[in-house]
Write a protein that binds this ligand. Sequence first.
Ligand code: ADP
Ligand code: MG
Length: 265
Amino acid sequence: MREVGDKARVTDTPPVIEISDLHKSFGSLEVLKGVSMAAPRGHVISLIGSSGSGKSTLLRCCNLLEDSQQGEIRFEGEPIRWKGTGPARQPADRAQVLRIRTNLAMVFQQFNLWAHMTILQNVMEAPVTVLGRDRAEVEAAARGYLDKVGIGDKCDAWPAQLSGGQQQRAAIARALCMEPRALLFDEPTSALDPELEQEVVKVIKALAEEGRTMLLVTHDMRLAHDVSDHVLFLHQGRIEEEGPPEAVFDTPQTARLQQFLSASR
Ligand code: ADP
Ligand code: MG
């Protein structure tokens, strides 16, 4: 379990991500109905809830992969600037969008590695082409991150030659190599067999312990319990209940969360 005491000092810097009263619809389907949350620096925030409750959409709104119609999104205190309002609103500043997106690196359920690139090339690609960093420096960093996730010997392999657990660890190394301010995980272990799942869980726990800021969507209640500073339970596009993991998992207050947790065991 993580120490709460050493987190106190982060409150004097703005949260890495902060959203307030966010509304998001797909056509006439309102998927997020006024969601507010914050990820202070160095904290792990987990999002739990049934399939279809809006978890992925919320994550994608945070890094502006999805648009939204109402509410504020801040990155390190800086509000997203919009032009237009309601369904017509769009981010006003492409450079701001790119900066935020590259600083909130996403890890997907299906890994999404590029099949035609080696593992090392996968990890190096965005820092070199998107961020314009020095190739030799990026290569050294990429090898370091691949070592860190335990697949330093797979640099020259192709994604298809790796197990699911190894591919997901490569995807995590790829996210780390962007040197982002936060990592966004969308069900990173859901596509894996139980024994491979643990390899990835171990990496996520190590990242939490080194104080990375993370937003974690997961169906793995044990993982959410062990790594989170704060847990959000999303139900039909609203945060139905939230709190520290001990409160959410040990003494759930709402019938909906109680029901969800008993169905997830
Ligand atoms: P979760 O990740 O919690 O399973 P999602 O955020 O993926 O939930 O989806 C929330 C709701 O939004 C679901 O009803 C889903 O069908 C709908 N939805 C998600 N993406 C789209 C889309 N691109 N177009 C239309 N509806 C969508
Ligand atoms: Mg989802």
